[in-house]
Design a protein around this ligand. Structure first.
Ligand code: NFE
Ligand code: MG
Length: 509
């Protein structure tokens, strides 16, 4: 008999997501297998509508408020769209400063995701009770956990305890070190925000990011402030984050087989190398295992199962966002973006796969090739829970190394931004990558004001509901077929969904 197993709301992600799965019993009814899943974005925000009628220069400020985790991505998509509309490009320094602010924000996001959101799916928190070392922070944590275990409170020590009985990592020292690194990663995140603020003026929401570059000049003092912090962050990624990922992979090899998803990957590319359109992370599309170049005209959004007023699949220049909360048949506030009608996965794994299959040599291809050889893995294993975590870690390592290069390329005596005038009528779009994947903003200007603004956002792709043809979204597909050992404590659903690092605030923007 079909039984619905839900996680509602799913915690340790950003925002309000409910996941419902229809399951069939296996193992005499003790366990079950997911036959199909539904992702439900539970809130509406309406930031695209807020932009209508405003000064176009408000856009990179207001759209950064879509999210406190990936604001720089929204700011970047917005300045790219405005640059196209104004007919300008960033200066040499402007491009590098934007890349540096972006890298700081993306490193922050990946470290946050692994240590503060996902790693608790694999960590046996109660292992801290067996800790016998002298670290005072860990001893304090031990006392807190002991009290929590003995307490009758419902949430004695959230988000650590209570914890479901799952198959967590077995090695006591490894569990304790994941807790220690959870604490250390808080400091590293602060360091990343400081790096971003050196050139971004403030973080999370930068005031320095502008069409044509950045308002902060690259003084020697600022370059040193960034580089000293970058050294610390790079060392953490190399010596802590990546080794922890490898250890999780060693303890949970089955998760290279679980959570495959739709198998199609979309990447808009990021980190411009010049103003001719070349990017360090190249744009590209992989459909049914075949690479093709990106064609932005093939992007559309479908809303048949979303809580918006009915309309045909629309390119973002035409798209509308008109809430209809009680629409019949709709089950989510997330739209369903599609590429040439295909369901696509976006994110670090999609960037890796698009760059791995790209016919030219790409830096990410080099990273992934070395990783696969060292782990004795084939590329198809990357479409999995662990593959997504690995892609995030490998990308972080590359990015932290590359950021040092960008610092070296800054020219102290050149301007950080390009002048421009806002035209009376214009339109443009900006495609970039956010930590969670492909992000695009589309702007139309009339009478010097924003007439129309649409954002198509990473988690909108990944957590989309079914489209007009009934095809489930990427996360919905990744859940189909997984086994849930204990339907009372469906830890496996959390592991699969969190591997995509969903942000629902972004998804419903
Ligand atoms: Ni709110 Fe975001 C990223 C964007 S996800 S985190 O990364 O854009 O949809
Ligand atoms: Mg939108």
């Amino acid at each position: 008999m079909t039984r619905t197993v839900s996680l509602s709301p799913l915690n340790r992600i950003e925002g309000h997501l409910s996941v419902h799965t229809d399951t069939e019993p296996i193992d005499g009814g003790k366990s079950c297998r997911v036959s199909e899943a539904r992702c439900e974005g539970e809130m509406f925000r309406g930031i695209e509508g807020i932009l209508t009628g405003r000064d176009p220069l408000d856009a990179q400020q207001i759209t950064q408020r879509i999210c406190g985790v990936c604001p720089i991505s929204h700011g970047t998509a917005s300045v790219r769209a405005q640059e196209m509309a104004y007919g300008i490009a960033p200066t040499h320094n402007g491009r590098l400063l934007q890349n540096l602010i972006f890298a700081a924000n993306q490193l922050h996001s990946h470290i946050l995701h692994f240590y503060h959101l996902a790693a608790l799916d694999f960590t046996d928190v109660k292992a801290i009770l067996k800790y016998s070392g002298k670290d005072r922070t860990l001893l304090a944590f031990q006392a807190w956990a002991k009290n929590a275990v003995e307490s009758k409170d419902v949430f004695p020590a959230a988000p650590f305890l209570p914890q479901w009985d799952g198959n967590y990592a077995e090695d006591v020292d490894f569990n304790v070190s994941l807790i220690a690194h959870y604490i250390e990663a808080l400091e590293i995140r602060r360091t990343c925000h400081e790096m971003g603020a050196v050139f971004g003026a403030r973080l999370p929401h930068s005031t320095a990011l502008v069409p044509g570059g950045c308002t902060q000049t690259p003084t020697l003092e600022r370059i040193l402030a960034y580089s000293s912090r970058l050294k610390r962050v790079f060392a953490f990624i190399r010596d802590v984050y990546v080794p922890d990922l490898l250890q999780v992979a060693k303890e949970f090899p089955q998760y290279f087989e679980i959570g495959r998803g739709c198998g199609n990957f979309l990447c808009f590319g990021v980190f411009p190398m010049d103003n001719a359109g070349n990017k360090h992370v190249r744009p590209g599309v992989v459909i049914d295992g075949r690479w093709e170049s990106l064609d932005p005209s093939k992007i559309s959004e479908e809303i048949g199962r979303s809580r918006y007023a009915a309309g045909p699949p629309s390119h973002p220049f035409q798209g509308r966002t008109e809430p209809e909360p009680n629409k019949s048949g709709a089950y989510s506030w997330i739209k369903a973006p599609r590429y040439d009608g295909h369901v696509m996965e976006v994110g670090p794994l999609a960037r890796m796969m698009a760059n791995y299959h790209d016919p030219s040599d790409t830096p990410l291809k080099k990273e992934l090739t070395a990783f696969l050889a060292s782990q004795n893995l084939t590329p198809d294993k990357m479409a999995s829970v662990l593959g997504r975590h690995a892609a995030r870690g490998l990308e972080s390592l590359w990015m932290a190394r590359q950021a040092g290069q960008w610092l070296d390329e800054l020219r102290a005596d050149e301007p950080p931004a390009q002048d421009f005038e806002i035209p009376k009528q214009a339109s443009g779009f900006g495609l970039t990558e956010a930590p969670r994947g492909a992000l695009g903003h589309w702007i139309t200007i009339e009478n010097y004001r924003i007439k129309h603004y649409q954002c198509v956002v990473p988690t909108t792709w990944n957590c989309s509901p079914r489209d007009d043809k009934g095809n489930p979204g990427a996360v919905e597909q990744a859940l189909a077929g997984i086994t849930i050992e204990n339907p009372q404590q469906p830890i496996e659903i959390g592991r699969v969904v969190r591997s995509f690092d969903p942000c629902l605030a972004c998804a419903v923007h």
